[in-house]
Every structure is written in structure tokens, then in C-alpha cells.
Design a protein around this ligand. Structure first.
Ligand SMILES: NC(=O)c1ccc[n+]([C@@H]2O[C@H](COP(=O)([O-])OP(=O)(O)OC[C@H]3O[C@@H](n4cnc5c(N)ncnc54)[C@H](O)[C@@H]3O)[C@@H](O)[C@H]2O)c1
Length: 317
């Protein structure tokens, strides 16, 4: 029976604790909000769930791997690409251990179904996106509301030096990851970031737009903001040669011949928020199911860093 600990007991830890609770084969043996070294040394768990601020990720993952502990790491892999590369290197030095990155939206029913339409025969566990047809394009919007209370409850979220950025690295990273996973490897990025909202006590962007080109010639555009009045569902509309696919909660496929198909999304579980998607528990269950399989978890630090590299390019523009 794998023995698990949770490091970081803030907002997202509730989803991890509920997911562990739902897995009878996993035993929760401890949690830490600060002195995780003591926890690791005393409890000697098999798996650590890392649910801490972005700037702590690289050190905590390395400390876990050094002690022979597998890691389930919240996104982003780290606050910077340089720190993420340290995570990739630490994982490479510990090939017998698994590091999984929580990009759980890849498990959403709508996303899985869309990928099967776009890449017929594509199994879930195919990290590398293949070159797709040039007539593939997508538009994505993330229109969410994060007010001063959100930042006051965890000030690191509004600090560039701790979070690494704002809406791109903290919220839209999932959507960028999906655009690349669905449309193919990104070969070019352009865009802008800005601070347009009323929350002054932050030095990170609250709004961003981006245009991506994908291997094979496809293109996608993204608009993301946390200055919207409400949390709207993330929308991704994909146009292929044969159909238009609208991901918004579920998936609606409108075929060129007029047929319309719907795929319903799963409901979010305990402790979760609907706009995070309902798939944390699926990813966490998959991580434990494959814990003793040979090879890395399919969303490993290298795979999880792809979206962070796009974000880094947008920040440097
Ligand atoms: N996958 C998702 O959809 C999703 C959603 C929300 C948050 N997240 C991610 O989860 C992580 C945590 O976000 P949050 O909103 O829960 O943050 P939070 O501020 O609510 O909680 C962070 C927790 O980490 C603890 N902590 C800080 N430094 C620590 C350290 N060195 N050692 C041990 N514990 C430490 C804090 O005491 C706090 O309990 C972030 O990486 C965030 O991006 C992911």
C-alpha cells in the first residue's frame, strides 16, 4: 500500500486529500505546511504531493527525490524555466522514481474526446504531439475573476518573484498545455501581457493574449484575463477540415455534414472548483495505478515544462 504525504495545506491540497481518501489502496501518513524535511525523514513516505507556492517547487522536488520519495507536483513545474530545468535534471538522476505534474485538464472528458477526433486512434498516454494538418486552428478564452481577496489570502500569488507571473503561469497554463497537446508541438509564439485590472497590490500580469503556431502549420490564439466580473467556463473552439469542436464544460462537435454530437463533462469532486475541471482525482488515481510501471509518468517534468517555456517566451517579449 503506497504511503502518501501532502506538502502544503492550502487551497489545492483539499483536492489532493479528497483524491487520496477516495483511493483505498493509498494511505495518508502525514502532512506539512513548513518543515517538510522532518516529515520526509520521520515518515519516509512513498509519495509526496507537493501543493506549495511556485518558487518552492524545485527545492522540494529535489529534496523528495534525494530521499527516494516519488512526487506528484502541482503545476507549474516551477516559477521559472531555469528552476524547472533543475526539476527535470533531478528527475533524470532518479530514474527509478516517478514525478507527475498536475496538468489534470488533459483528463477532462471533453478534452479526451476532442483529441480522439483530431488524432484518430490517439491514446491518452501519448505525450508527444505529432504534426497535425495545417487546416487545424483554435481560439481559446479564459475569463476569470480574481479580486484583492484572492491575493490577500495568499500574497505570493501576486508576486513575480514567488509565483513567476500571473494569469499565464497560474491560470492559463492549463489552456496553453491543452492547445499544444491538441494541436501539436508549438513552433512559434507571439503575444503580450499586461496589468489592466483594479488590484494594485500585485506585480504580475492579469491579462494576456498569445498566438501560437504548431508543427504542421496549425495556429491558435488565446485570450486570458483574471479581470472578468465572473468565472466563465474556459472555452476552446477548434476548427478542423471536417468539424468544429467547442469545448465549454463539455464538448460539442458540429460535423460538416450537419451532425451534432455532445460529450458531457464530469462534475467536480469534493474540495474542487468547477473551473479547475473535475479531473484531479483521475490524474492522481492514474499516478498511483502506474506507480510501479517502468518508465516515467506520462506528464513528467519535461512534458509539464512545455507550457512553461511558452509562457517564458511571452514574458520575455
Ligand atoms: N492544478 C490546478 O488546477 C491548481 C489549482 C489551484 C492551485 N494549484 C497549484 O497548487 C499550488 C498551491 O496553490 P494554493 O492555491 O493551494 O496555495 P496556498 O497559498 O493556498 O497554499 C500553499 C500552502 O503551502 C504551504 N507552504 C508554503 N511554503 C511551504 C514550504 N516551503 N514547505 C511546506 N509548505 C509550504 C503554505 O503554508 C500553504 O499551506 C500552486 O503551485 C498552484 O499553482 C493548482
Amino acid at each position: 500500500m503506497p504511503r502518501a504525504v501532502v506538502i502544503g495545506l492550502g487551497t489545492i491540497s483539499k483536492v489532493h486529500l479528497a483524491a487520496i481518501d477516495a483511493l483505498p489502496e493509498v494511505e495518508l501518513v502525514g502532512a506539512a505546511t513548513h518543515d517538510y524535511h522532518k516529515l520526509l525523514d520521520e515518515v519516509r513516505p512513498d509519495v509526496a504531493h507537493v501543493c506549495t507556492p511556485h518558487d518552492t517547487h524545485a527545492d522540494i522536488v529535489a529534496d523528495c527525490l534525494d530521499r527516494g520519495v516519488n512526487v506528484l507536483l502541482e503545476k507549474p513545474v516551477a516559477d521559472t524555466v531555469e528552476a524547472a530545468e533543475r526539476v527535470i535534471a533531478a528527475a533524470a538522476r532518479a530514474p527509478g522514481l516517478k514525478v507527475g505534474v498536475c496538468l489534470q485538464n488533459r483528463y477532462n472528458a471533453a478534452v479526451q474526446a476532442a483529441r480522439k477526433v483530431i488524432t484518430p486512434g490517439a491514446a491518452k498516454r501519448t505525450p508527444d504531439a505529432t504534426a497535425k494538418a495545417p487546416n487545424l486552428s483554435a481560439t481559446a478564452t479564459l475569463l476569470w475573476h480574481r479580486d484583492s481577496g484572492y491575493y490577500a489570502s495568499a500574497p505570493w500569488r501576486g508576486q513575480k518573484k514567488r509565483a513567476g507571473g500571473g494569469v499565464l503561469i497560474n491560470q492559463a497554463i492549463h489552456t496553453l498545455d491543452l492547445l499544444e497537446w491538441l494541436l501539436g508541438d508549438v513552433t512559434g509564439v507571439s503575444g503580450h501581457v499586461g496589468h489592466y485590472g483594479e488590484v494594485d497590490a500585485i506585480d504580475v500580469e492579469d491579462t494576456a493574449n498569445a498566438r501560437l503556431t504548431h508543427a504542421g502549420g496549425g495556429t491558435s490564439v488565446l485570450f486570458a484575463t483574471t479581470t472578468n466580473a465572473v468565472d466563465s467556463p474556459v472555452t476552446i473552439e477548434i476548427v478542423t477540415g471536417d468539424a468544429t469542436l467547442l469545448i465549454r464544460d463539455g464538448l460539442t462537435i458540429t460535423h460538416r455534414d450537419g451532425r451534432v454530437e455532445h460529450v458531457a463533462e464530469r462534475r467536480a469532486g469534493p474540495g474542487s472548483k468547477s473551473y479547475w475541471g473535475a479531473s484531479h482525482e483521475l490524474l492522481i488515481a492514474d499516478f498511483y495505478r502506474t506507480l510501479h510501471d517502468p518508465g516515467p509518468f506520462w506528464i513528467d517534468p519535461a512534458e509539464g515544462t512545455k507550457s512553461l517555456r511558452l509562457i517564458d517566451q511571452l514574458y520575455r517579449r
